[in-house]
Design a protein around this ligand. Structure first.
Ligand code: UGA
Length: 386
């Protein structure tokens, strides 16, 4: 019998039918989201996919697909832009997934972050605008910044209006300039505004997706195995469990995130592709309201599930320690306190609802990491991608 995760994956491969899409351009096709998207789309042999990415280790198994062509290069390279322009002029949709999106880099590499998330991407927006190509841009829930409740002091979370995130009405609140954590959110927000202005002034067909913590296999990298640095929380906790180090809770682990399975997120993306008439000109939150956890709760869940997967009860008491944000990220970090998305828009316009629970999502993900890195350590040779 298929698990809930396998059922969702099968659904993604079989339906919706995507009859209006003959050719798709995917920038960042070799990253985490791109690899799952290609896995769902490529078996539909009628769709031609042109991908661009400098790193393809996460899609090695897909590279032989007859309907996939990949250009290896960064968006900032002239050669990549020239190649893309030709491909975009005949594409039914262009999906932009390219980004530096690890919080540890926002305050330590702010210029690279701003280049990557705004300056490298704006020529792509202009190109889509010129050719009237439908741009589906993956932005971020970080454009919302901090909630109103977080500025009003304790106990204001009793009023959802002060913390829930609505695509059209919630103000976007970021901290001061010296808190460089916001370099990413700000660059992403400016690109959203740039896309919107092209839509308003030149009729650019666009859709913006604001992801809220997509979890699943192939997310990020494990430091010291297939990458260096500090990845996002999932890979940090996995690395701690695998390497026998304490799981670290930044500032006590009080921040909250809603976790959505990558397979639910891919389902939303496919529904966007299938519903061009309803999805164009629209911004969608893609998340799961039912899967909210504090980072402290996430650590608890992950060590329990890891103990089950590894068959070793000792992991249930794996050490957890509290660290300050300054020690963990360095100066200039500030956190998003809570991300509870409104999802009515995706449900009404696309008929989309996330179906996978936190337990199912974490179980699949921990299983993958354990198989990939512990049972098969040679897999740790692959290069890191996003
Ligand atoms: C990141 C990106 O900035 C977003 O663009 C993206 O949309 C989002 O991930 C996502 O995956 O959708 P964030 O959720 O803040 O945002 O990134 P994480 O690194 O996963 O951090 C989540 C929380 O865990 C933060 O409160 C962080 O301080 C905490 N954390 C992180 C720990 O407590 N311990 C760690 O080892 C790492």
């Amino acid at each position: 019998m298929l698990t809930a995760v396998q059922q969702r994956q099968a659904e993604n491969r079989q339906s919706p039918k995507l009859e209006n899409i003959r050719k798709l351009v995917v920038i960042g096709c070799g990253g985490y989201i791109g690899s799952h998207l290609l896995e769902a789309v490529l078996p539909r042999t009628q769709i031609e996919v042109f991908g661009a990415d400098p790193i393809t280790s996460k899609i090695e198994d897909l590279l032989a697909a007859p309907n996939l062509r990949v250009h290896r290069g960064y968006l900032r390279q002239h050669e990549t832009l020239d190649t893309l322009e030709e491909e975009i002029s005949s594409a039914d949709a262009v999906i932009n997934l390219a980004a530096i999106c690890n919080p540890a880099e926002y305050n330590t590499r702010p210029l690279d972050v701003i280049y990557s998330n705004f300056l490298d991407s704006y020529p792509l927006v202009e190109m889509c605008s010129k050719h009237k190509a439908w741009l589906i841009h993956f932005s971020t829930s970080e454009v919302y910044g901090r909630t109103i409740a977080s500025y009003l002091g304790e106990n204001r979370y009793d009023d959802p209006a002060l913390y829930e995130l609505d695509e059209s009405t919630t103000p976007l609140i970021m901290g001061p300039i010296q808190n460089q954590r916001w370099s990413y959110a700000c660059a992403k927000q400016l690109l959203e505004r740039f896309i919107y202005a092209h839509y308003a002034d030149h009729g650019l067909p666009f859709t913006i997706v604001r992801p809220l913590n997509f979890f699943g296999p192939r997310m990020d990298y494990i430091p010291g195995r297939d990458g260096e640095g500090t990845p996002r929380v999932l890979a940090c906790f996995m690395a701690a469990l695998m390497d026998g180090q304490p799981m670290q809770l930044v500032d006590g682990g009080h921040a909250r995130r809603t976790i959505v399975s990558i397979h639910d997120a891919i389902n939303a993306t496919l529904r966007i592709l299938e519903n061009a008439d309803r999805a164009q000109g629209v911004i969608f939150n893609v998340g799961n309201r039912n899967n909210e956890v504090t980072m402290a709760e996430l650590a608890e869940h992950m060590r329990r599930i890891y103990a089950e997967v590894a068959g070793d009860d000792a992991y249930r008491n794996h050490p957890i320690e509290v660290v300050s944000a300054d020690d963990f990220y360095g100066e200039g970090y500030e956190d998003c306190d809570r991300r509870m998305p409104h999802l009515e828009r995706a449900e009404t316009l696309l008929g989309w609802k996330p179906v996978l629970t936190l337990e199912e999502t974490l179980r699949e993900t921990v299983d993958y990491y354990y198989d990939h890195y512990v049972k098969n350590p040679a897999a740790g040779q692959i290069a890191a991608g996003e």
